[in-house]
Design a protein around this ligand. Structure first.
Ligand code: ADP
Length: 421
């Protein structure tokens, strides 16, 4: 069995992001949560994305996991492989973008690839080899203060050189703007002296041309944007037909709920908006610790309110209130209590027939997905940029919308629920 594109993503929401772009370009796509230990039926997938959590691991572990993912994907004889990282090139001084790219190239017996983090639709562009976030240099965009992967240099050639084994060339904007054939010639020329090529990119059109120029590279590396032109390459090679319903998920019966553990400003607005017309119950880590609240009391409340639903359970709170809770319980303990409760609540709700979950929060989504233990997620239509509807397939399928922090507008919950009907 052959899969056309095998992706390895260095974090969970990044995996969903690239999967959503692939679906939008007409490829039927599944997302795997980590490397499966068993055989998976991929007969209906054109692309597979393996979600790792390797971005900030020690580099040896990141390499080991990425190579294990590649070896697993190789069973499906992928036409191309794709290492997906963040559009802000999130990495530590040690990597892991450089070391993982090197290991993947070596494993595939290849000696050249592209580095293309650009995602112009979200304001990430590259010019003269420098990465910009909304027209500001990466190292002045706030990313220089990231707690785990501070990005203190916007020059991608320098950053890559410092964490990898080879020379880093640049395909300039003049060559990119001249289209796919020109880009291909520039890449061929660079491959004589370099192991990687950064590509200037200012628009979606550029990404499509770059994608076309990369049709014959075995390994691609980049953000999610580089994926948008790839479906067309596979179609041109006669390997598949772009599907107009690649985002088709099952019709799922059963109740829907909203679970919100994000405290971002946008999520606060979404919670406030949804509360006005739907029964809602607050999750308080202090009440959970005091045992004033419990899973049983939440399920009782759900039974009494489900008819008026969809209902919402939310831990979301203002920065001021969160600070007070964290001062009392400690930061890690407070979020651990909330996340563990979310995980137990999801399990309990699914036991009483809830089949559709709209979840707000990156870490919160991680806890929910872990609790539901899916082997894979089928990726459906986009609810908001970077947030697709997803399905846990099987005899009793479930639908999930997993939204990190600031994604979506104020009516995101309503929109996600409508798309789940
Ligand atoms: P985002 O995507 O907005 O960063 P996350 O789910 O990743 O959201 O992170 C939010 C964190 O805040 C989670 O660990 C969650 O458990 C924690 N949290 C949510 N509500 C509360 C609360 N009321 N008190 C303390 N911690 C909370």
């Amino acid at each position: 069995m052959k899969v056309l594109l095998g992706c390895i993503a260095d974090d969970f929401t990044g995996a969903t992001d690239v999967a959503s772009f692939l679906v939008a370009s007409g490829m039927r796509t599944v997302q795997l949560i980590g490397i499966p230990t068993e055989q998976v039926d991929l007969s209906e997938a054109d692309a597979v994305v393996i979600a790792l959590k390797s971005r900030t691991l020690p580099k040896e572990e990141a390499i080991q996991q990425s190579i294990a993912a590649l070896e697993w994907l190789k069973q499906y004889d992928c036409e191309q492989y794709y290492f997906k990282y963040c559009s802000t090139f999130d990495s530590t001084e040690a990597g892991n973008i450089g070391p993982v790219t090197d290991a993947l190239l070596d494993n595939l017996d290849e000696d050249f690839t592209v580095l293309c983090p650009s995602l112009p639709v979200n304001g990430r562009t590259v010019y003269k080899g420098y990465l910009f976030v909304n027209n500001t240099l990466l190292n002045e965009s706030g990313m220089q203060n990231h707690p785990l992967t501070p990005m203190k240099d916007a020059n991608l050639q320098r950053v890559m050189k410092s964490q990898s084994q080879g020379e880093v060339g640049l395909v300039t904007y003049e060559d990119v703007a001249a289209g796919a054939n020109n880009i291909k010639t520039a890449l061929e020329s660079l491959s004589q002296t370099c192991r990687y090529a950064v590509l200037d990119t200012l628009s979606n059109h550029d990404l499509v041309e770059i994608g076309r120029a990369c049709a014959d590279l075995k390994l691609l590396t980049g953000g999610s944007g580089l994926s948008i032109g790839l479906a067309k390459n596979f179609q041109d090679k006669g390997l598949f037909k772009i599907s107009s319903n690649s985002d088709q998920l099952s019709q799922v019966q059963g109740d829907a709920v909203v679970l919100s553990g994000s405290c971002s400003l946008m999520t606060q607005a979404q919670v406030k908006n949804f509360k006005q017309s739907n029964p809602s119950k607050k999750i308080s880590p202090i009440s959970l610790l005091n045992k004033t609240d419990s899973i049983d009391s939440f399920i009782e409340w759900f039974a009494a309110n489900r008819e008026q639903g969809p209902v919402m359970f939310y831990a979301t709170d203002s920065a001021e209130n969160i600070k007070a809770i964290q001062d009392e319980l400690g930061v890690d303990r407070a979020s651990q209590i909330v996340e563990e409760f979310m995980a137990s609540l999801v399990t309990a709700l699914s036991n009483v027939g809830v089949t559709k979950f709209v979840v707000a929060g990156g870490e919160t989504s991680g806890s929910v997905v872990q609790a539901l233990q899916p082997q894979l997620l089928k990726i459906g239509a986009s609810i908001a940029p970077g947030v697709p509807l997803t399905e846990i397939p099987g005899e009793n399928p479930k639908l999930l919308a997993l939204k990190s922090g600031n994604f979506g507008d104020e009516t995101f919950f309503e929109k996600a629920l409508r798309m789940m009907q």
